[in-house]
Ligand binder design. Structure first.
Ligand SMILES: Cc1cc2nc3c(=O)[nH]c(=O)nc-3n(C[C@H](O)[C@H](O)[C@H](O)COP(=O)(O)OP(=O)(O)OC[C@H]3O[C@@H](n4cnc5c(N)ncnc54)[C@H](O)[C@@H]3O)c2cc1C
Length: 453
């Protein structure tokens, strides 16, 4: 098969996450990224590629990777050579921390450590440019990956955007830049960059640092449209969506979505009023259900929300932090010493607790999800967590999650009204929530019994 056919097979199997690294890597420029009918970027082979099957090698969902880079474990061995610890769920690492940047926290999504780290890298001269996600002039997209070459531009890219983006254009442009770049990305994007670095020394030398964003799933453009509609703005008339508006008087999870309507007046809605958008899988990419990298294991530093008490009680937001290179660890420890950061060491077990929901879904349920795709299981890359022995209750939860994910995309593609959507998806969500609740009760009872014994 040539490159186009191999990439097409990934797209047809609904496993393309839209990272666009294949498009940036392809020497014959034969791959274009386009948004599909469900609001996700996917790769589209155009014309004849003469890369002799090489483009597929940088795909994070390549079903047949080389043995030496079969999973994140093998790739980490190549790149993360300075690590001192290893855990099967966290990957290779140096330290786990919790905390925030005093200066960047208020204008960031969690504790502002992503923007702080990138700022320090620029100030120290380790890198000269950053590829991160910000709003651009493109009328077809609210957010895009773009290049910042000074600290002011970099600060404008802070905050989490639950919005599909692709690296294709920005990554192609790095050839025009003097100096090194840092890139911010979720796990599958970071994996694709590592694969490109392994395949091509140019990327290896040019990309000096990777900031990993711990990710609970890539959302379609439909997610922003749905939230706008919930906030009272028509799905095709909103602009400037903001996904993480903090409430400093409340808890970290009590954030809002906001946007402008066509008169430029601001509308917003508390996410608690919208309901669970993560445990239900709504508007999520299919490929995310086949990713077992919860902590963005291949980055120099991995950052997430500290979804655990006492940190989650602080509405200003706090990061969990995993350092995986000495440069990353030095930036965090120096920042703490000089008073830029408020940081504590976070014991490994507490860090694991902060991402428990994601581990439950991505690790424990993965084997069953792969098995349920009997017709296409051979098109899923090798996985490290493929235990199929889960309880019948957990199997039901997985089935209904997959169903609600797929159904949310079909429904929204046909009718972009939140009122009708809520009505049409309600029975599916009701059943999913019912089984999930029983599971939570069961876990709580088992925990109590364990404590008594
Ligand atoms: C799609 C998605 C899902 C997430 N799910 C979880 C989760 O389940 N659990 C968890 O603990 N944390 C999750 N996060 C991470 C969390 O929301 C914060 O981004 C992270 O804690 C860093 O916070 P910060 O305050 O240090 O970042 P900031 O200082 O606010 O900087 C954020 C950086 O991320 C970049 N960025 C924004 N959107 C994207 C994007 N879509 N793709 C790549 N880069 C982007 C920005 O350009 C900026 O450089 C998710 C983030 C995203 C984008």
């Amino acid at each position: 098969m040539n490159c186009g056919e191999l990439i097409n097979a990934v797209v047809k199997n609904d496993m393309c996450i839209g990272c666009g690294v294949c498009a940036a890597y392809c020497k014959s420029n034969s791959i274009e990224m386009k948004v599909n009918q469900y609001g996700f970027y996917t790769a589209n082979p155009v014309g004849q590629c003469n890369c002799e099957g090489k483009c597929i090698k940088v795909c994070p969902f390549n079903p047949e990777p080389d043995e030496l880079i079969k999973t994140e474990d093998e790739i980490a061995k190549v790149f993360l050579t300075e690590t001192t610890k290893q855990h099967r769920k966290i990957g290779r690492y140096i330290n786990t921390y919790v905390g925030f940047s005093l200066k960047h926290r208020a204008k960031s999504s969690s504790g502002g450590i992503a923007t702080y780290t990138l700022t320090k890298l620029m100030q120290r001269g380790e890198i000269q440019h950053v590829i991160s996600v910000k709003s651009d002039d493109n009328p077809n997209a609210h957010y895009e990956y773009s290049i910042s070459s000074n600290i002011e531009e970099l600060n404008n890219a802070a905050k989490t955007k639950y919005y599909p983006v692709t690296l294709a254009v920005a990554l192609k442009k790095i050839k025009e830049l003097d100096g090194k770049v840092a890139i911010v990305g979720v796990a599958c994007f970071i994996k694709a960059i590592r694969l490109a670095q392994r395949e091509d020394h140019y990327f290896q030398n040019k990309i000096g640092f990777l900031v990993g964003i711990i990710c609970g799933g890539v959302k379609s453009t439909f997610f922003a449209e749905y939230l706008a509609s919930k906030a009272g703005v028509s799905a095709n008339e909103f602009s400037k969506p903001q996904f993480r508006i903090k409430d400093s008087t409340s808890t970290a999870s009590d954030y809002s979505f906001g946007c402008l309507d066509k008169e430029n007046s601001h509308k917003n809605i508390k996410m608690k009023a919208v309901g669970d958008m993560w445990g239900t899988g709504l508007f999520k990419a299919n490929a995310c259900d086949f990713c077992d990298d919860v902590t963005t294991e291949l980055a120099d530093i991995s950052l997430g929300d500290a979804w655990l008490e006492p940190y989650s009680n602080d509405g200003l937001g706090t990061n969990v932090i995993v350092t995986r290179s000495t440069l990353a660890d030095e930036i965090i420890t120096n920042g703490n010493e000089n008073g830029d950061l408020s940081i504590e060491i976070l014991p490994e077990s507490v860090f694991l607790n902060s991402q428990q929901g994601s581990f439950n879904h991505r690790h424990d349920g993965l084997g069953f999800r792969i098995k349920s795709k009997t017709d296409r299981a051979n098109l899923i890359p090798p996985k490290r967590f493929d235990n199929v022995k889960i309880s019948p209750l957990l199997k039901l939860i997985q089935l209904f999650r997959m169903k609600s994910r797929a159904k949310s995309l079909e429904l929204w593609a046909n009718n972009k009204s939140a009122v009708e959507f809520d009505n049409d998806i309600s029975s599916c969500l009701f059943t999913l929530k019912f089984f999930t609740k029983i599971n939570h009760y069961q876990r709580a009872i088992l925990r109590r019994i364990k404590n008594i014994l």
